[in-house]
Design a protein around this ligand. Sequence first.
Ligand SMILES: Cc1cc2nc3c(=O)[nH]c(=O)nc-3n(C[C@H](O)[C@H](O)[C@H](O)COP(=O)(O)OP(=O)(O)OC[C@H]3O[C@@H](n4cnc5c(N)ncnc54)[C@H](O)[C@@H]3O)c2cc1C
Length: 466
Amino acid sequence: VSERFDFVVIGSGPAGQKAAICAAKAGKRALVIERARAVGGACVHHGTIPSKTLRETVLAVRGLARRSGGAMGRMAASSSTEIRGLMTRVERVIGAHEDYIATQLARNGVAVWHGQARFVSAHEIEVRAPSGSVSRAWGDHVVLAVGTRPRTPPGVDVDHEHVFDSDSILSMTYLPRSMVVLGGGVIACEYASIFAALGVEVTIVDSGARPMAFLDPELTSGFVDAFRAHGGRYLASCRAKSARHDGLAECEIVLDNPAGHERVTAEKILCALGRVANVDALALEAAGLATNDRGLIAVDDEGRTAVPHIYAAGDVIGPPALASAAMEQGRHAIRHALGLPSGTAASVSPIGVYTIPEIASVGLSESEALARFGGCVVGRAPYRELARAHIAALDDGFIKLVADPAGEKLVGVQVLGDGASELVHVGQMAIAGGLEIDALIETSFNFPTLAEGYRVAALDVVKRRP
Ligand SMILES: Cc1cc2nc3c(=O)[nH]c(=O)nc-3n(C[C@H](O)[C@H](O)[C@H](O)COP(=O)(O)OP(=O)(O)OC[C@H]3O[C@@H](n4cnc5c(N)ncnc54)[C@H](O)[C@@H]3O)c2cc1C
């Protein structure tokens, strides 16, 4: 016999959590099914939280070095960059986050079953617990929030000892001397810049002409310049034909590369060549569902799949594949199912990329504005013109504002450098509120701050108005 719920949510990552809590807050009976030992999803256990915790520690050590002219950095580097020490902190942060999510689900009365879920029919889901016991749940509505896992392409021999993927990279027990990162996406660039900042000789092997090609080229070239300045090597337009440990001392990567590099060696490899949806175990056909040609679950603007009472949210539906988007998609699906109004602010969603230096973007890029309006006015505030950046020894970075062709209305913001993922929210609110460039000039910002760069960049826009 199946236990009946208003909403059955499969997966406890950001999308599943927020969907279940949204349903429970609306007075509905919600169940979350999670096959992993703990709730939180890839976000908490293998993705956002661990990578950002490691990065924060690295930044603290690097910041100390920069601000003390090197003296304190040497001391800090020798005591803090031992990989075991860095990982202890990661485990503490993951534990705290996991507890917080479990408590939040319990406080809202959301039931949590641990086990592997699979459809028996469009409303019925079988859950096989790790002990082998089987239970069944019936959902008037179902939300698929099963996320993704790293893709291992043919020829790449991921052994989790010498050749890692993004799920296993932080299980390394010591820092290698050298590392090749396969891929030019966000995860590849984030880890490449973190390890480069830790003193590892990092080479990025990217099949594209530039990394993170969905971003404004000024942001990506700023990233590549800084990565090279920190000793990183960026190989564009080349593909790894094979990548494996040679069984002795090193890893070898054979490249398919017209530019000449044919073979690269390193102590370790990180394979970050995309992700695949966690749909294999779900028996989608029993619910009348199928994946699309990219192996993802297709949904409409409301998050509905081809079966109207089944929604999908988060990475399993595809880009942008960010935790922030996953949360919003989870809530949006429930609000739609319950006939509740949805907010409109989500239409101006920011992107944050935690490379070193950090990158953030919201609204239109310069090329998108050109394509949409046939013109635009751009203003910049380089960090070197900001007192806060001098004090904090931040040389790389800028705030770039994109305005309409008259140079009056703010339509996009791009930020490179420390604080980018926080700074971008000023622009997000300005765009969502339809603010004019002049409003940024009339605003008094704290001094010294990086946010003051909005005023500097707005003045630059005014200077360039037609
Ligand atoms: C290294 C890395 C760094 C990242 N950094 C950032 C960042 O800085 N900022 C950001 O916004 N995003 C970041 N992301 C992306 C972010 O982690 C994802 O967008 C987010 O986790 C997606 O949430 P989700 O709920 O869709 O899926 P997930 O978090 O993947 O959760 C899915 C859950 O479903 C469970 N599940 C799957 N199949 C079944 C089944 N059949 N039965 C039961 N349970 C099942 C899984 O065990 C998992 O717990 C990063 C990702 C990675 C890998």
